[in-house]
Design a protein around this ligand. Structure first.
Ligand SMILES: NC(=O)c1ccc[n+]([C@@H]2O[C@H](COP(=O)([O-])OP(=O)(O)OC[C@H]3O[C@@H](n4cnc5c(N)ncnc54)[C@H](O)[C@@H]3O)[C@@H](O)[C@H]2O)c1
Length: 382
């Protein structure tokens, strides 16, 4: 399906050249093959953080090596075992294994850096990548506080390098269909949005469960939805109110400080209200994700579990299963798009402005919930 992100696998093969990746895998210098782009046309990537998400991003990038001119040049992680596993996964490419990210940033053979460290380090790492003059794919969110978000935003604007946030849903056919429907007028004027993420699992250890490190559940996880809302409505909210806490998972693990559920309401411009609820102890069979938009004249659109899009008009409901190409994953599409943005000097779709709005929307909701009051967007603009 030709998607609005414009990066189907077929197109990428055509534009990037499969022979170049083959040369890399076999260890031959790419420029030594006739008709293959010179070595300096390879996009040389460095990783900072190869835990759960960083390893997954690496696997996706390695999948793309066979169809594009990507190369993994360096892997940094403070955990030696994680670092060695990631280096080994790259086989003949033999990236440098590095403990201190500053050493990675000094390397001339790294063009772009993938940041997948815990959230309390995002601002430090993203600002340093920008100051080093390299492109950056940074996992979400931009930071835990408005100050951290501002620091990253300013550094990206000053550096003029490509900066993409790890919002792979921006490249996902289900969400592209939802946003196309709403922005294309399928529900007329948008009046009300409801959305939920009711799941039965979430990490119960490490930095994830410490809200001073993760920013709390809403900032760590729901920032994905916040990105969809700001993108779909072409706006950020003006204020928020909500409640939440820890009910079912007290002391799971001992000392847990992140919420296990909450509900939050946002007011957007033009009187659009949006309600979102999030629960991570949902019993099996009750859960799911949905985003539902109610518009004028009894019309509505709903995306369920990221793939089933229903439209209601004149009392009739139609549901479409959104095709997800079998060889295409949203994260892979996001990485392809990042590479293409650099090569073609184009602004990434999930750019730093999207990262700023979504992260601040999540922090706004968190402020309202933690402080049990109406929180205003202007408080986020530090
Ligand atoms: N886009 C998504 O769908 C998605 C999914 C999961 C996680 N994430 C995000 O990815 C990020 C990482 O999450 P994770 O689950 O991989 O966490 P993790 O704890 O599994 O991995 C983090 C890694 O960073 C390393 N690290 C810590 N400090 C470092 C430093 N100073 N220098 C280099 N490496 C360092 C750790 O040793 C670890 O290997 C978070 O921002 C998380 O929110 C995104």
């Amino acid at each position: 399906m030709p998607s609005r992100n414009g990066y189907t696998r077929r197109r990428f093969i055509r534009t990037a050249g499969i022979a170049a990746g083959g040369a890399l895998l076999s260890g031959l210098p790419a420029g030594s093959l006739a008709g293959v782009p010179g070595a300096n046309e390879f996009l040389r990537l460095g990783w900072v953080g190869v835990g759960g998400r960083g390893s997954s991003l690496l696997r996706h990038a390695l999948n793309l090596v066979s169809v594009s001119t990507l190369q993994v040049a360096a892997i940094c992680d403070i955990d030696a075992a994680a670092r060695q596993r990631a280096v080994a996964a790259c086989g003949a490419m033999k990236p440098a294994g590095i403990q201190d990210y500053r050493e990675l940033l000094e390397r001339k053979d790294v063009d772009a850096v993938i940041i997948a460290t815990p959230i309390h380090l995002h601002a430090e790492h993203a600002v340093a990548v920008m100051k080093a003059g390299k492109h950056c794919y940074c996992e979400k969110p931009l930071g835990r506080t408005p100050q951290e978000v501002k620091a990253v935003h300013e550094a990206v604007k000053a550096a003029g390098k490509k900066f993409q946030v790890g919002f792979q849903w921006r490249y996902h056919n289900g969400f592209l269909a939802l946003v196309d429907a709403v922005q294309g007028g399928a529900v007329g004027k948008v009046h009300f949005v409801t959305a939920a993420r009711h799941v039965g699992g979430y990490p119960t250890s490490g930095w994830y469960v410490d809200r001073s490190l993760s920013g709390d559940l809403i900032v760590e996880q729901a920032v994905h939805e916040m990105n969809i809302f700001c993108w779909m409505l072409k706006a950020h909210p003006l204020r928020a109110a909500g409640f939440g806490g820890i009910n079912a998972l007290k002391d799971v693990p001992p000392g847990r400080t992140i919420m296990d559920h909450y509900g939050v309401t946002y007011e957007f411009p033009e009187g659009i209200d949006l309600q979102y609820s999030h629960c991570v102890y949902t019993p099996s069979g009750f859960g799911g994700l949905h985003q539902t938009v109610y518009g004028s004249d009894g019309r509505g659109v709903s995306l369920e579990d990221t793939t089933r899009l229903s439209l209601t008009k004149d009392g009739k409901k139609t549901t479409t299963q959104i095709p997800l190409p079998p060889d295409q994953d949203a994260t892979e599409a996001a990485l392809q798009s990042f590479a293409q943005s650099i090569r073609e000097d184009k602004e990434p779709l999930a750019n730093v402005d999207a990262g700023r709005n979504a992260t601040l929307m999540a922090i706004l909701g968190r402020t309202a919930i933690h402080e049990r009051r109406v929180a205003e967007w202007r408080e986020m603009e530090v």
